[in-house]
Design a protein around this ligand. Structure first.
Ligand SMILES: [Mg+2]
Length: 168
């Protein structure tokens, strides 16, 4: 659990032998209501680019919507990923020819992002949603997620705080 995807550093990525970062789009990479992204995002992407760590967006959105959202950022993406199913992740796995153990998926939702990663048997990082409000189609998921989170917390499967490092 990380506060933000921006907390990921090339150094820590390498330490965990990760070769490919898959990321959710809405509320993980960009706020759903601010499709242009922030200077912080551009900085982080430049850092990963420099380190030659590919960042690929894996989203349930349509290609049209994603292409529009990513026009400025020029990121590769896989649309209609069908998270929590592993369709999108499997496509990425094939395309980038990396082992499952070398891929991480970053996302802000347990029921789609983390569940998809678990289904594909890859690592995942849950991040705090960039903004507190959601698009209408996420509101239902959030409500269910709230009760799932409660149970996971009780069983000790989730941390109570958001970290800033993979090692802490
Ligand atoms: Mg999201």
């Amino acid at each position: 659990m990380l506060e933000s995807i921006y907390d990921l550093t090339p150094k820590e990525i390498r330490e965990h032998d990760i070769q490919l970062i898959l990321t959710d789009l809405d509320n993980t990479l960009i706020a759903w209501n601010n499709p242009n992204g922030t200077p912080q995002l551009r900085e982080w992407l430049a850092l990963m680019d420099e380190a030659q760590i590919p960042v690929v967006v894996v989203t349930n959105n349509s290609a049209k919507r994603v292409a529009r959202a990513l026009k400025e950022l020029q990121l590769p993406f896989i649309s209609r990923a069908l998270k929590p199913l592993n369709r999108g992740i499997n496509i990425a796995k094939k395309e980038y020819r990396v082992n499952s153990s070398q891929i991480v998926l970053v996302g802000d939702q347990l029921l789609t992002d983390v569940a998809a990663a678990n289904n594909a048997r890859i690592k995942s990082i849950l991040v705090k949603p960039l903004v507190n409000t959601d698009a209408w189609n996420t509101k239902f998921n959030r409500a269910v997620e709230k009760s799932v989170k409660k149970q996971l917390l009780k069983k000790g499967y989730l941390k109570r705080t958001w970290g800033h490092s993979l090692n802490g």
